[in-house]
Ligand binder design. Structure first.
Ligand code: BTX
Length: 318
């Protein structure tokens, strides 16, 4: 509930806060505060009551739960609404349906997907409490031509979040994956609704593997943050940094700061100085990546010595 989230936020802000103070700040009764605290405890939050000092949040449960997700999204004022689901077919499909009745920005987060999907009708393995599965709806009101830059901002945001919170060396694989070594840590897809050359909505679906689960082991090319790193993954810290980075990236996208992020993007990409196989919808060819142009096209040099521009394709690293 909203009260529960607000109480959690209050506890997170201060090292100690009294029940009376929370009640006053939130303009609710002491009984409501007490009920919210009891409920948080049931969800695995360890909250100590210290005489003369007040409540202290000692530990969060390290589980993906609605209260945590909602409080972090709100804290960053990331989007207008948050929808959290224990399980869903696909957050992307859910977001598409919500868009029919909602004209605001929002995020859908689930702790499990039954039919997570990737690009080109591929599937995204999304086991329970093992990864972050989310779809974000943005309403940038920009010309459609700007969309080619969007994936750069998002992929860099995810790469930054990983490097800010963990010691994992994540690299960006053009256009929308994050790799650790030769394995995929994260994939995202960007779908758009446009009207007369203006972007109406961007629906960006992101899947990030946090922990190694049995189901993830079935995907030979997958890796999780926990599996790739040396330290334990704290969901709250990671999700918090991810939302912060995504917000930062979105502001950069809206303000057309593509040129300012490109060097950093290139530095963290894994497509340069190696052989690539470019699979576009009607052909497949070998090439080497040269650079990114000012609109977000990837310039490659194919084996015939021709420079080609790539906007949407699937790349194999060779
Ligand atoms: P993609 O088509 O580039 O990647 C899908 C491919 O990645 C699969 O064919 C498989 O080989 C591999 N794969 C499947 N599951 C995983 C996994 N958990 N980790 C690593 N590799 C995997 C990339 O598509 C875009 C994926 C977006 C997923 C998000 S989750 C939230 C949102 N909702 C939804 O249904 N999709 C998006």
């Amino acid at each position: 509930s909203k009260i529960k989230q607000d109480v959690l936020n209050a506890l997170e802000k201060e090292s100690y806060i009294s029940g009376g103070q929370i009640a006053k700040d939130l303009n609710i009764s002491r009984t409501s505060v007490w009920k919210a605290i009891e409920s948080l405890r049931k969800n695995g939050y360890e909250i100590k009551a210290v005489t003369n000092k007040g409540y202290q949040l000692v530990q969060t449960p390290n589980k993906i739960d609605g209260t945590l997700i909602e409080s972090i999204v709100k804290k960053h004022q990331f989007v207008d609404h948050v929808f959290y689901l224990e399980t869903v077919d696909s957050t992307q499909t859910y977001a598409m349906q919500k868009l029919r009745e909602l004209d605001d920005t929002f995020i859908v987060v689930a702790s499990e997907q039954q039919k997570g999907r990737g690009r080109f009708n591929r599937s995204w393995v999304s086991p329970k409490q093992s990864g972050l599965y989310m779809s974000i709806v943005f309403k940038p009101q920009l010309p459609l031509t700007e969309i080619g830059k969007f994936n750069y901002h998002i992929s860099l945001a995810i790469q930054r979040a990983v490097s800010r919170v963990t010691n994992v060396e994540a690299r960006i694989k053009w256009p929308n994956d994050i790799y650790v070594g030769e394995k995929k840590l994260c994939g995202f897809l960007t779908e758009i609704i446009s009207e007369s050359n203006l972007i109406d909505s961007i629906i960006c679906g992101i899947g990030i593997n946090l922990f190694d689960s049995e189901h993830l082991k079935d995907v030979q090319t997958a890796v999780s943050l926990e599996g790739a790193g040396e330290s334990e993954i704290n969901i709250e810290d990671f999700f918090n940094e991810l939302i912060r980075s995504l917000k930062e990236a979105y502001v950069d996208f809206k303000n057309n700061r593509f040129n300012e992020i490109l060097d950093e993007w290139i530095e963290h990409a894994n497509i340069f100085e190696r052989e690539l196989t470019i699979n576009s919808y009607n052909e497949s060819y070998r090439a080497k990546a040269l650079s990114i142009d000012e609109n977000g096209f990837l310039d490659v040099l194919d084996s015939d010595g021709t420079i080609r521009k790539v906007i949407s394709a699937d790349i194999e690293l060779n």
